[in-house]
Write a protein that binds this ligand. Structure first.
Ligand code: GLN
Ligand code: ZN
Length: 762
């Protein structure tokens, strides 16, 4: 391979027009036969490889193109087929057929799928492998991909999840890691050997868990794994993304592998320091992740050029240096050139996956033969970059001044103990008040109306108001205590605000995979954030005008907007969070003052996801994340009740931060976790009110009155009745009315029954 060979850990699978989504969903709905599905998805793999080849990428990844999730691919490759799927497995002739594959991903005839959780600190969700007693190789799926890729090019590397990271993604800890590694590594080796037999020479093993805290007792498992692979006749590259490897660097460079991949974007300082301090071994390749795989900003190519020349190259000969993106490009949309409605000066500042390949190509040219050899692209890139850096809308003096002048009281409310009785007197709610998380079903008619909104804005508006009226009436009929307007106007809880805030843009086609066929279009926060007019006021006002019951205003919190957007990097995240918080704070105030709402919810479902990968960095994040939430919500009267909502369990470690949010009521997803959160809150002596979800909205089943009443009773064994609310565990937007109506009726009845028991006792 030549010096500065360009490669990436992976490329988006969606295709420029979300062909991936259409193909998967076409197969699931029965529109495509299995044969048609395999044909189409294979073609998509091929065309995504062709795009990379045509983008001048020199070493193309194979194996990153998963049919749902790369971790599921790895699990199946290693024979992790849970007991409950055994009979299906036998039925399928012990083959990883599409039926079996999607059964694990999505469930099958009442058999629960694998658990889903977040991939590192991103909004991509992977499926958690369930490890078997005995691993065994299912190589065919990957071999098929290999064969297909070979028809595009012979410059290929096989991308696999590394054995250590695989076990960590399966949530193993401590001694179990080493014990399981012993059983795993032989099969893993066999799988690699099988590809070598087919002509594979380069293997990229993703060991990104090494950027997290690696407990000393787990290191021997890493060592043992790579020793077991050492004598294979192939180039094994151990790759890390999402941060630096400082704490393990010295051990890492001693592993018997052909090369190491390091992240010089997010882990830049740490990895440079490790290089400077310990040097780089003479016998290894360095795959340097120098362009960002995670965020969308155009690279400063001159700065990257300098970085390589001055800080990396002194440690090794160019023959042993390859160039890469910092991580798998699947966090990025495909191609910025497909955007037709973004202003050119903003497009100029962006690099999506295809543009990253161009950047790598220019860099390789410039490093090999001098920047002149990369002309005219090199100069054009430089000019565009500097024009972008001077973009006038980046700085808005007014919001800078507001952030600069924040005082402690802007983050403070009257203590909970004082405002609580005032709110109770104001709202006069019964014990165990019932409510929902905000959204009601997004029906096909609504989606259709939204798609036509441009042509017929009046009609769309009418449709939304009708929907709000329907939802309010429905909730009154069902007998809920605190109502919501149902969020019919929101296409997405973050994008909706992104479309309305100055300093943000939204896109037409910039989709990224969230999980399976689900895609999101994160807003792009490129400049200072300013709210120029109310964003949710009209709908809220209208909803409250229809009922005497309290309507709960519904906003997305600053941390969640930040976490689910592509965020500028020229100012600290903390500052962007405060800017967003001020915009939400103004909206909260308008809902209170103009719409006369007495209850306002500020959702923070992504609060936990933003937690840094290393424990040492948690406190700083939690400090400013808590402050941003408080800034957004502290501008209200004592009588106004602030709610928040979070999903995904494992709140234990951040319970203190949750208490510091100082919300009056928090609703949380707890329906599947057996009351763990409620017990944690009890042990913590959590002071305010809590609505642990009484049923799981992710399932189409209609929960019975008895089931939910028992759930409430169980909560009341931990918490006093004054602290408890009754609600589903998340928003209802993905459900159908046929499910929602009976479920909520049962929920209200369950609350009524338990309320009666409690009043009788008390
Ligand atoms: N209010 C939002 C809804 O009900 C919250 C969504 C979420 O938790 N992700 O849809
Ligand atoms: Zn939720």
């Amino acid at each position: 391979m030549q010096p500065y060979t360009t490669t990436v850990p992976g490329y988006p699978r969606l295709g420029p027009r979300r062909e991936y989504k259409r193909t998967l969903e076409g197969y699931w709905s029965g529109k495509l036969s299995e044969e048609e599905f395999l044909e189409r998805i294979g073609q998509l793999q091929t065309s995504q490889l062709q795009r990379q080849r045509d983008g001048h990428l020199e070493l193309l990844p194979v194996g990153d193109f998963a049919l749902y999730d790369q971790v599921l691919d790895a699990a199946l490759w290693l024979g992790c087929i849970p007991e409950r799927f055994q009979s299906l497995w036998e039925e399928q002739g012990r083959q990883v057929t599409p039926t079996l594959y999607y059964a694990l991903a999505r469930g099958y005839q009442g058999i629960a799928p694998l658990e889903m959780t977040k991939w590192f600190d991103t909004n991509y969700h992977y499926l958690v492998p369930e490890l078997p007693q005995e691993f065994s190789l299912n190589g065919q799926l990957l071999l098929d991909k290999w064969q297909r890729a070979r028809q595009v090019t012979d410059r290929l590397k096989v991308v696999l999840i590394g054995p250590y990271t695989f076990l960590k993604l399966a949530k193993l800890e401590g001694p179990a890691v080493a014990q399981t590694m012993e059983r795993l590594i032989g099969v893993y080796r066999q799988g690699v050997q099988q590809l070598i037999d087919q002509g594979a020479e380069v293997f990229h093993l993703d060991e990104s868990y090494l950027v997290c805290d690696v407990p000393a007792e787990e290191w021997p498992a890493v060592q043992a794994a790579y020793e077991a692979l050492a004598d294979l006749p192939a180039q094994i590259l151990l790759h890390t993304s999402y941060g630096g490897v400082g704490p393990v660097y010295e051990q890492l460079v001693r592993l018997p592998v052909a090369g190491l991949g390091l992240d010089f974007v997010r882990g830049r300082e740490e990895n440079l320091q490790a290089l400077a301090q310990h040097g780089f071994p003479q016998d290894k390749l360095l795959v340097a992740g120098v362009v960002d795989g995670r965020n969308v900003w155009r690279s400063d190519l001159e700065a990257v050029f300098q970085l390589v020349r001055e800080q990396i190259e002194p440690h090794l000969a160019p023959e042993r240096l390859w160039l890469s993106s910092s991580c798998n490009l699947f966090h990025l949309p495909e191609d910025v050139e497909l955007e037709t409605e973004l202003p050119q000066e903003i497009k100029d500042g962006l690099s999506f996956a295809r543009q990253r390949l161009e950047e790598l190509h220019l860099l390789a040219q410039a490093l090999r033969h001098g920047p002149e050899a990369a002309e005219p692209g090199w100069s054009r890139a430089r000019e565009t970059h500097s024009r972008w850096m001077d973009h006038p809308q980046r700085v808005q003096d007014e919001v800078r001044r507001r952030v600069g002048q924040l005082r402690e009281e802007d983050f403070q409310r009257t203590p909970y103990a004082q405002r609580d009785p005032l709110q109770r007197a104001e709202l006069k709610l019964p014990p165990l008040p019932t409510t929902t998380i905000g959204s009601f079903p997004q029906t096909p008619e609504l989606r259709k109306a939204r798609a036509n909104a441009k042509q017929d804005p009046e009609g769309y508006r009418r449709r939304i108001l009708e929907e709000i009226k329907y939802v309010i009436q429905l909730q009154e009929e069902i007998g809920l205590d605190v109502l919501v307007h149902g969020e019919p106007e929101r296409n997405d809880m973050v994008q909706y605000f992104g479309e309305r805030l100055q300093g943000c843009v939204t896109t037409q086609l910039a989709w990224v995979q969230s999980y399976g066929s689900r895609c999101v279009r994160p807003p792009i926060i490129f400049g200072d954030v300013v709210r120029t007019q109310p964003m949710t006021l009209d709908e809220a006002q209208y909803a409250q005008s229809l009922t005497a019951k309290p309507v709960k205003g519904m906003l997305t919190g600053p941390v969640t907007i930040l976490q689910w957007s592509f965020v500028r990097e020229d100012i600290p995240r903390e500052e962007v969070a405060y800017q967003l918080a001020l915009a939400i704070r103004d909206e909260v105030r308008d809902l209170e003052q103009q719409a006369h709402l007495r209850v306002i919810q500020v959702d923070e479902p992504a609060f936990r996801e933003g937690l840094p990968l290393r424990r040492a960095d948690w406190d700083d994040y939690l400090r400013w994340a808590v402050r941003a939430f408080r800034l957004a919500t502290s501008g209200v009267k004592d009588t106004t009740q602030i709610h928040t909502h979070m999903c995904y369990s494992e709140f234990g470690p951040i319970i203190d931060a949750i208490a510091q949010l100082d919300a009056d009521v928090i609703s949380i997803e707890d329906a599947r976790s057996d009351g763990a959160i409620v017990r944690a809150l009890r042990d913590y002596h959590y002071p305010a009110q809590i609505g642990p979800g009484v049923y799981d909205i992710h399932s189409p089943n209609i929960p019975t009155v008895e089931f939910m009443a028992n759930k409430i009773r169980a909560t009341l064994e931990c918490l006093p009745v004054e602290q408890v609310w009754v609600n589903p565990d998340c928003g209802l937007k993905t459900r159908r009315y046929e499910e929602v109506i009976p479920s909520l009726k049962n929920m209200v009845e369950a609350a009524r029954q338990v309320r009666e028991e409690v009043t009788a006792k008390g």
